[in-house]
Design a protein around this ligand. Structure first.
Ligand code: ZN
Length: 158
């Protein structure tokens, strides 16, 4: 499957229709995976260049830590990107790990075994990153409705 097909299949599998709320999306993913998603802000993340959010698969839940942003939409995009990784099943195998040495000190309470399986969004070069970003864009559009304009996001990714 190419990325467009992957994204379209993921959207269809959510079964949420053309427009939905952020909360409805969260619940759909939790239902699909049978476990909770916890989203927390970790302001120190923003001090690390390019790192906006990280995703952890903990034993009992999926944990997303995101940097602070004054823009609610930017924050939502950070989170939707990590949602996309979850939806697409990235990190379900051990095939991926990003170098998290930069933020090791920020995560004292998280065991190294979990840390090594985290996905950081600092690198958009891999196919999985591109797929996650594409899916996040589609999710954002559906949450915001047909008036979505992608210019809002180009300033942080451009
Ligand atoms: Zn990513």
């Amino acid at each position: 499957m190419n990325i467009d097909q992957t994204v379209a299949a993921a959207i269809a599998a959510l079964n949420l229709g053309d427009h939905f709320s952020f909360d409805a999306l969260t619940q759909a993913i939790e239902h699909q995976r049978g476990r909770k998603i916890q989203v927390s802000e970790l302001p120190e993340l923003g001090d690390n260049e390019g790192l906006c959010a990280v995703l952890f698969y903990a034993a009992d839940r999926d944990l997303i830590l995101h940097a602070h942003s004054d823009s609610r939409l930017h924050t939502q995009q950070f989170i939707l990107h990590e949602f996309a990784h979850i939806i697409l099943g990235h990190c379900d195998d051990d095939g991926i790990s990003h170098d998290l040495s930069d933020i090791d000190g920020l995560l004292p309470d998280i065991p190294a075994s979990i840390r090594s399986r985290a996905l950081a969004r600092s690198d958009l070069a891999t196919e999985q990153e591109v797929a996650a970003e594409s899916l996040a864009d589609v999710l954002a559009a559906r949450i915001r409705g047909s008036a979505f304009a992608d210019t809002s996001y180009t300033e942080i990714f451009g």
